[in-house]
Design a protein around this ligand. Structure first.
Ligand SMILES: [Zn+2]
Ligand SMILES: [Zn+2]
Length: 220
């Protein structure tokens, strides 16, 4: 699982294995509030272990602040896993190989690429998409790229200011990386919820770019 936001309560119905790995991009509240929801998942869903990966400072901050007894009554049964060195591959419980890298965002965020056999996907959120970003080689030929697109193109300045991305910038970098499918997520919650990003007709038509809803399943 990537991040643990407000939609995390829906994830319980999708659990299929006794072990859950959660890879955190960073510790802003919209990415971690769902960690508190896992309390009870072991008893109710037969989960035997939950590992949460992230940068050391972010994990420490979550433990101290979110799971302070003033905010949440008890610590859920989470085992915290600090990320190894940037770009160093590590292996998840399921056998998938993971790489991560740092991104531009207030307080910092990280992106991930997972490879499992011939399958690959990458998760890039909370960053300003730039074609000069050093990690772009990690996205080359990835089958599914899950990328944030918080703003449409009318809000480019706001994107820069808040460390987020606009549609054109995301599409530019995706073109260069030869991605097979692009899922645009982390759209502006204050925008039009039915059409959060004004995708041009030509792009909608080719089926390579989607704006998924919660619980959607994607083929790629
Ligand atoms: Zn953020
Ligand atoms: Zn966010």
């Amino acid at each position: 699982m990537f991040d643990a936001g407000t939609g995390m309560f829906r994830a319980r119905q999708r659990l299929k294995r006794p072990h859950l790995d959660i890879l955190l991009s960073h510790a802003h509240l919209d990415h971690i509030v769902g960690l508190s929801f896992v309390l009870g998942w072991r008893e109710l869903n037969g989960l035997e272990s939950i590992h949460v990966y992230g940068e050391a400072a972010k994990l420490a901050s979550i433990r101290e602040n979110v799971f302070s007894s003033h905010i949440f009554p008890i610590m859920p049964p989470i085992q915290w896993r600090e990320l190894p060195a940037e770009y160093s591959p590590f292996t998840l419980h399921c056998g998938a190989k993971v790489r991560w890298w740092g991104q531009t965002h207030p307080g910092g965020s990280v992106g991930y690429r997972l490879d499992y056999g011939e399958h690959s996907l990458a998760y890039v959120t909370d960053t300003t998409a730039r074609n000069t970003d050093p990690y772009l080689s990690q996205l080359k030929h990835v089958q599914l790229l899950i990328h944030e697109c918080n703003f449409d193109d009318s809000q480019q300045k706001m994107a820069e200011l808040t460390g987020h991305s606009c549609l054109s910038d995301v599409l530019d970098r995706v073109r260069d990386c030869s991605v097979r499918k692009l899922a645009l997520v982390h759209t502006n919650p204050y925008g039009n919820i039915h059409e959060p990003i004004q995708l041009p007709e030509a792009i909608v038509g080719n089926g390579k770019v989607v704006v998924p809803y919660d619980l959607d399943e994607l083929e790629f």
